[in-house]
Write a protein that binds this ligand. Structure first.
Ligand SMILES: Cc1cc2nc3c(=O)[nH]c(=O)nc-3n(C[C@H](O)[C@H](O)[C@H](O)COP(=O)(O)O)c2cc1C
Length: 192
């Protein structure tokens, strides 16, 4: 089975979005194959077309590109910064999506790929507004973005600052579980 790729849009050490992905991972069937892009793994410069063929950059982008390509589905959890997804995530997607223009043998990794959008924010909006832009971006790249999404407002109340514990109310937890069940069904529609 192809792995599910978990991709956080935050590099912050105690990121709520990364913790949301970890929580989602604990709710997946035990035999699930998961790949996760760690916060410290990505060290890409701000996108600059003049740097596209620098060997160190190409090497890193190629590795990320392969992981997006290999995935049967992608779960993204992005912070909302002033109503938009994080610049880190936008930059990562820009680099990975550009590789297909640079190397003719490489395909667009988002095309036809099931994507589930999630967000955790400390504010009231729960990040849903920022996900609209992320949805537009991924749809432009041909991804099959799931209509349902997982938005956690007031994240500081779900997790305390020092550990990964969470305390979702049962109704919200049921929402997470149902969305994940439907998303996993979507990913299995892709031939291995
Ligand atoms: C520049 C900036 C802009 C922010 N804008 C929003 C916002 O539009 N909506 C919101 O709910 N929270 C906003 N926040 C608060 C974030 O939700 C909060 O910092 C969150 O912890 C970031 O995600 P992370 O924990 O995964 O790093 C903003 C934070 C920063 C630093």
């Amino acid at each position: 089975m192809k792995p599910l790729l978990l991709c956080s849009g935050s590099q912050r050490r105690e990121s709520f979005n990364t913790r949301l992905l970890q929580h989602i991972r604990t709710r997946m069937p035990p035999d699930s194959t998961v790949d996760e892009i760690g916060a410290t793994e990505v060290d890409l410069p701000l996108f600059n077309q003049d740097r596209e063929d620098e060997p160190l950059v190409v090497g890193q982008v190629l590795d990320l590109h392969q992981r997006f390509t290999r995935a049967g589905g992608i779960v993204i959890a992005s912070p909302e910064y002033n109503c938009l997804p994080s610049p880190y995530l936008k930059n990562l997607i820009d680099w990975v999506s550009r590789l297909a223009f640079l190397l003719p043998e490489v395909s667009q990794p988002f095309r036809g790929k099931p994507v589930l959008l999630c967000t955790a924010t400390t504010g009231w909006s729960g990040g849903a507004v920022g996900l609209n832009t992320l949805r537009t971006l991924l749809a432009y790249l041909g991804a099959d973005v799931m209509g349902e999404q997982i938005c956690v407002p007031y994240a500081r109340e779900a997790w305390n600052d020092s550990d990964a514990t969470y305390d979702f109310d049962p109704v919200f937890q049921q929402h997470i579980d149902r969305v994940m069940t439907r998303f996993l069904a979507m990913t299995q529609e892709i031939p291995a």
